[in-house]
Write a protein that binds this ligand. Sequence first.
Ligand code: G1P
Length: 272
Amino acid sequence: MIKQAIIPLAGLGTRLLPLSSVIPKELLPINGKPNLEFIMEECIQAGIKQFIFVVPKNRPIIKKYFFNDKFYKKIIKKKKKDKRLKEVFKRIKRYQKMIKFVYQNKPEGTGHAVLQCKKYLNGTHFLMLLADDLIVKKNCSKEMIALHNKTKGSVIATKRVKRETVSRWGILGYKKKTKNSFLINEVIEKPKLREAPSNYAIIGRYILPKKILSVLKNQSKGKGGEIHITDAIKTLIKKNEKFYGNIFKGKYIDCGTLEGFVNSGLTISKYL
Ligand code: G1P
């Protein structure tokens, strides 16, 4: 059973400057809620019971957003009749019980972020989500967990992208394709058009085996001096670990770019 979700939250958010210079990109509001909450809701509906947030120590604002009881209690005392306030606090308290924090003080890559979670990981597999990638209409994490339960393998969420954009994504090579999934035989991070094995892109949701930790521990730094999860996945595939692509048919929103973020509110309001 997949019960834990890792969310790396230590990125610089360069593509969303200047907004992200004061507010972490994961807390930027979309329709009155930070995108992080949309992602947590997706996970909770999929059966996740614990979140491991990977944050830099010098960015206390994410912790403050979820752990600010004194503030809520004081304001609720003053505005006893405010029903919405109580509901908001209840929602935050519910999240609070599910969150653990670990630290990554510099953006050293998604693989490095996963390594920091070692002491909390207790199942054979866990979910990892990139908070930039919002999905609506269908629950991507739920679909992936169902595929994992069926195959017992690892799962990566994927969708077809325009060929000319392959260098923006991690791209998957595959065999044995069915309507909704395939077996992955290759992963290339941001390939040149001629190197891309397909136009199926990774969309920031992964079900990974705990054994990936031992690969990451011995992995040297990759592109940009970071420890990439994609490189560890590549190693495991070479060792015949089964990774499946879950072809996602819902709506995907790339909130990591300014254009995507600006459109996200509009897109989400169409589906809520
Ligand atoms: C990351 C992953 C990439 C994936 C993308 C989806 O890239 O490394 O494989 O396709 O998220 O958003 P980033 O957005 O950090 O450049």
